[in-house]
Structures are given as structure tokens and as C-alpha cells.
Design a protein around this ligand. Sequence first.
Ligand code: 5GP
Ligand code: MN
Length: 337
Amino acid sequence: MMNTNDQAFLVNFLKTPKQITIVPHRNPDGDALGSCLGLYHVLKQLNHTVKVISPNEFPDFIAWLPAAEETLIFEKNFEACKNFLQGSDLVFTLDFNALHRAGDQMGSYLEKLRKPFVMIDHHQMPDAYAKITVSDTSFGSTCELLYRFLEELNLTQYINRDAATCIYTGIVTDSGSFKFVKTTGDTHRVVADLIDLGVDNPKVHNSLFSTASFNQLQLLGKALQNLKVLPNHSTAYTFLSQDDLNEFNYQKGDTEGIVNYGLSLKGINLAAIFIENKEESMIKISFRSEGEFDVNSFARTYFNGGGHINAAGGKSFTTLAETVTSFETLLTTINKQ
Ligand code: 5GP
Ligand code: MN
């Protein structure tokens, strides 16, 4: 995972109290915030001064994570974040591998920041900004990779119940509750350790998946009604306009997981959702596939995005209708079956 130099550097570095910033990608999900807070709880016990600084707000469904309320938000609290980053000896970036994934504001700030970075991530094609790059796409989540990273540094004894809860959460969310292809025996062995450390696993699942609002379910209903199936391309996609979002009082996180419904159809191996965001003047897209179709390269090539082979995202800067039309045209052009 790490070469001996990197390992020795970190072991030595962490021996004395330091100031450390931990950063998830913009629009953090369960794995991004879970890994950041998991590492946070470990480093706190080692007497470091630690802050998680998220580029923007995180959704309610992960706001219950232990110490989530101590997270600073870069786009809201620029001065405090800048001060902490300036005083930091080390910056961890978790669950992303290119600084622009921290968003325009924080991304460009980090690009100019002259501090050593440690990247821990499981996406493809890492950029070369970090002093230490721990990147492994064979892992289903950054949280699982973080557990192995801590093991390599002999720090698992510092994974207390709060850290374990955060790490468990990221594994659950990124593995689709232990069903996606990268869920291995090793994943379950890590999960077993975490449960032994005191994670209340039914409570975590309940906090993640059983706290929907009425509006959220209505919005899901709207997306399901908008679903369009393209049998010739084994594809199903849906969309939500800004008006749809407004009608159901959209809150961050409300559209999480909707894209997966397309894949639940028989014979469908590519699903997409297009979500209009008037405030940011863009269409946010999520892609999911089953089997061979590589949505990471699809999103990278055509939609300014990236991700993993079976789960990726991207953006479009034309209208919702134009984006959907060009998606359909593209499937014909590339002859997607
Ligand atoms: P989601 O569709 O849930 O937003 O994202 C699925 C996966 O693709 C996640 O691993 C996420 O980090 C990645 N992803 C989503 N949007 C983008 C994007 O705009 N650029 C890149 N490089 N990755 C993305
Ligand atoms: Mn992840």
C-alpha cells in the first residue's frame, strides 16, 4: 500500500502533536465524510489539532456522524478555514484524487497552498499533487482503504467506537449495503472488526436509510414517473427539473440513490439521472452500470466527469432538454447495446 519511506515519514510525523486538515470532495457523500471523520477521531486521540474542512455543506443523511457538527465549511466560513489550512503541517485529501474535485473555490485555494498532501482514494487516474499517494481502485470505498492504511501505520488501536461508526458508514454507502462488485471477503472482515469495536450497525442503517421526509418520497415518485427506457440501448434514464425540485422543497441529499432504480429494471445495464441546478447553472448527472459498460470513461469523455467503472458522475452546461437529447444521440453514435 505505501512504500517504506512514506510509511516511515508518517510514523515519525505523527509521533509529536501536529496541526492537520482533512478534506473530502465537494458534495461529500457517506464515504467522503465517513473517511474524513474516521481519520479525525483517530488523529484526535493521538493529540493532534485536527479539523475536517468540507468544501460545501453535507446532506442530512450523514449529518448524524459523530463530530460531523465540528466540520468547517470552506464556502461558508472562508476566513476560519484559510487560517486553519495556513497553520496546518499536513493536509489529507480523502475520497478524491484531483484538487478540482474540491470545487472551484477550495480547489483553486488548495492548488496554491504550499503544504504536504496525503491522498487516500479509490478512484481511477490520480493526479500527482500529493507527497504521499495512497490510491487503490480495487477497494470499494475509501473507508475500507483507510482501515488498511491505519493498520499499516499500527494505529488500529485508536479506532474507537466513533471512528469505527464513521468508517462503517462509508463502507455501507459506497458498497450499496454490501452488494456492489468490490465487496470482498476482506470487506466483510473489516466490517466484522468494526462491529466488534462497538458499531451499532442496525442504528447506522436506520440513520442512513430510514429518515426520509414525505417530500423526498414524492420527489422520488416524480423521478420514477419521468423514467424513460431505451430498450435498444439497455438504458433507462430519468431527470428532475429545478421546478420539480422546488415543488417538493428539495434538500441536499434528497436525490441520493434515485439513479439506481433504472438499473432495477430487467434487461437494463445503464442508468442515468439528470438534475437541473439553476443556482450553479448546470445539469448534474449520475451514471450507474451493471457489468462491462465503463461509466467512468463515458463520464470523463462526454460529460466533464469521472468516478468508477460502475458508478460515475458528470456535469453539463447546456439545458436539461439539450443534455438529455445529446445523451440519447450519444448512445446511438457509440452504438451502446
Ligand atoms: P454520484 O453519481 O453518486 O454523484 O457519484 C458517483 C461516483 O462518481 C462517486 O465516486 C463520485 O465521487 C464520482 N463523481 C461524481 N461526479 C463526479 C464529477 O463531476 N467528476 C468526477 N471526477 N467524479 C465524479
Ligand atoms: Mn468513495
